[in-house]
Design a protein around this ligand. Structure first.
Ligand code: GSH
Length: 218
């Protein structure tokens, strides 16, 4: 382990390698993006993709990534990790109670009202099924979110926050698969969020991380 409980440097844990398809989208990108926005230093450590060890399970009970270590604090679930990071920076989480409440509700909405349908929708799509029974439900959610974002640039507190990192990242996949076509506010939102330098750096760093491990695999 590269960190013990007295080490002040935040550590993001991800896989040592993944196949091409998820590169740029492995959820450690959410944590990288947040830390880049906050200007906080961090390191990246890895667990093997192909061999989920008991040590990995002790950190992430579903044998997934990402997870985070911050001194004696250990967290799994990208949303929980993101909120932990957000607590360290006004750039991600406003100090006032109203702004904080807005960030919290939209973080949970990203996970529990949008990603809860986009991920199962994607799994059904990947199964090759001709009809995707989740499309209507997903469209309904997009319609409502599009209505919200047609009158503002960011979800919470009148400015970019941690909630936008999560929501924009959740929407990237359906956007790439052409599912935001009828939702101009959502398309613009994803474009606006992904134009941020911190996002560009987070994705580029993740791509470089996995490319470097290709070389090691021969
Ligand atoms: N709810 C979890 C989902 C984590 C997740 O799906 N991680 C993916 C990478 S983005 C993973 O580890 N997939 C491999 C697997 O499930 O075996 C979170 O947000 O952290």
């Amino acid at each position: 382990m590269p960190q013990d409980a007295t080490d002040p440097l935040l550590t993001i844990w991800t896989y040592d390698w993944v196949p091409q398809m998820p590169r740029g989208k492995v959820r450690d990108v959410r944590l990288r993006w947040a830390l880049e926005e906050a200007g906080l230093p961090y390191r990246v450590a890895t667990v093997p993709f192909e061999d989920r060890s008991p040590e990995h399970l002790a950190r992430q009970p579903f044998a997934q990534v990402p997870f985070l270590q911050d001194g004696e604090v250990r967290l799994f679930e990208s949303g929980a990790c993101l909120l932990h990071i957000a607590g360290k920076s006004e750039a991600l989480m406003p100090g006032d109670p109203v702004g904080r409440a807005e960030v919290l509700e939209w973080v949970i909405a990203a996970l529990n009202s949008i990603e809860m349908v986009t991920v199962p929708w994607w799994f059904v799509k990947m199964s090759g099924a001709e009809q995707n029974p989740l499309s209507g439900w997903m469209e309904q959610r997009f319609e409502r979110l599009d209505a919200v974002l047609s009158s503002r640039d960011w979800l919470a507190a009148g400015r970019f926050t941690a909630a936008d990192i999560l929501m924009a990242d959740v929407l990237r996949l359906p956007d790439e698969l052409g599912r935001l076509g009828h939702h101009p506010a959502l398309r613009d939102y994803v474009e606006r969020a992904c134009a941020r330098p911190a996002f560009g750096k987070a994705v580029a760093d993740q791509m470089a991380h996995f490319e470097a491990s290709d070389a090691g695999r021969g």
